[in-house]
Design a protein around this ligand. Structure first.
Ligand SMILES: *Cc1c(COP(=O)(O)O)cnc(C)c1O
Length: 387
């Protein structure tokens, strides 16, 4: 497995590039093997030879991916799931019947859907507040009762920034746990546990994987407690552990995370600056722009790695926005984010009815292409759609 050969602290970029200086004992391979077995033979004494018994419990490949995330999150323990949603659902499932949850009313639509569903059935009691509004969050907290506060920052699809440290203070003052979804700004740029989060959630499908070829979700904690055991038990009994083949892809992807996120931040910044004030646009939403209301907090929380997610709101009617996405030649008209290829989506079409999203909002995930090519592509699509 992996070896930390030095005692001196190494940069996250170095540790990521080497997957924690992985060397496979048996072969010397610097790339991990994929261990796909669904079951494990016991030893001559009938005891398990390793901590592995059955694939729903865990396997070596998935555990290496977890170790890499534990390292870059500054966590004590990480659990990987077959998707971000299965990780998010495991957190909700681990809450007792009727637990009180506080969450924003605008956030990733899948998690919001689950929260609304559980609220509707009485499985959970959920109070929603305007995203990023800490006073509104404070107002719906029930001291001694609230079990969980869910924060997504920057949040889908308008990239509102929430101050994680301030949200942690509010949650902890009421005796609640803070879960953060910082999928759009991955570690080591944004390390939510350092800022006071109790559980750091990421859709690893996005920046951590980075190549649009795997779905995965991660949960990381600093203090594994009874709720953590319950989350692990949900994963085991639902069979939602990340498959070893996908864990291998995730490890491979994470080795270039620093290069990708630096490039994507630089390109998204260039694109946001270019289109800010554009005559065919109402607005550009990107926390990396100094005029963005969340800029100072985002700078503090990400160390300047603002990521590659931005949204533009076109002038004209809804069809103009849809046509802009349709006329792109380089940007793929696809959902998801965080990959090496740039994507554009008309968010209202994709999230469907019942979600509070501007009808002219186009969500852009900036990849690692030449940013000038991407600017030219949006320019020609905007001109055609508005013409
Ligand atoms: C994609 C995403 C999720 C859900 O993750 P999946 O891997 O698609 O299941 C949750 N939160 C955010 C912010 C996301 O972008």
């Amino acid at each position: 497995m992996s070896h930390d050969r030095r005692n001196t602290p190494l940069s996250p970029a170095t540790r990521l590039a080497q997957a924690l200086h992985h060397v496979e004992e048996r072969t010397g391979a610097v790339t991990p093997s994929i261990q796909p077995s669904s079951t494990y033979a016991r030893g001559p004494d009938y005891a398990p030879r390793q901590p592995y018994i059955y694939r729903r419990d865990g396997n070596e490949t998935t555990q290496l991916a977890e170790a890499v995330i534990t390292d870059i999150e500054g966590a004590a323990s990480t659990l990987l799931f077959a998707s971000g949603m299965s990780a998010a659902n495991a957190v909700l499932e681990a809450l007792p019947m009727g637990a009180h949850v506080v969450a924003p009313s605008v956030m990733y639509h899948g998690v919001l859907h689950q929260l609304r569903k559980h609220h509707g059935t009485g499985r959970l009691i959920v109070d929603f507040h305007p995203v990023g509004d800490l006073d509104a969050m404070r107002a719906v907290m029930r001291p001694g009762v609230t079990a969980l506060v869910w924060v997504e920052t920057p949040s889908n699809p308008d990239w509102t920034v929430t101050d994680i440290a301030a949200a942690a203070e509010i949650a902890h003052a009421a005796g609640a746990r803070l879960v953060t979804d910082c999928t759009a700004t991955p570690p080591p740029g944004c390390r939510a546990l350092d800022l006071g989060a109790d559980i750091s959630f990421h859709s690893a499908t996005k920046y951590l994987g980075g190549h649009s070829d795997v779905t995965a979700g991660s949960l990381a904690v600093r203090d594994p407690d009874a709720m953590w055991d319950e989350i692990a038990s949900v994963r085991m009994l639902h069979g939602t552990i990340l498959h070893s083949f996908d864990a291998w892809l995730l490890i491979r992807g994470m080795r270039t995370l620093m290069l990708r996120i630096e490039r994507q931040t630089a390109s998204a910044t260039a694109i946001a600056r270019h289109f800010d004030g554009h005559p065919l646009l109402q607005s550009v939403l990107y926390p990396g722009l100094p005029a963005h209301p969340g800029h100072a907090v985002a700078l503090r929380q990400t160390g300047g790695l603002f990521g590659g997610m931005l949204s533009i709101i076109t002038k004209g009617d809804e069809q103009t926005a849809i046509d802009t996405a349709r006329h792109c030649r380089l940007f793929y008209p696809a959902t998801s984010l965080g990959g090496v290829e740039s994507l554009i989506e008309h968010r209202k079409t994709v999230s469907g009815p019942g979600f509070d999203v501007h009808h002219n909002l186009l969500r852009l995930s900036i990849g690692i292409e030449d940013p000038q090519d991407l600017i030219d592509d949006i320019e020609q699509a905007l001109t055609r759609a508005s013409g």
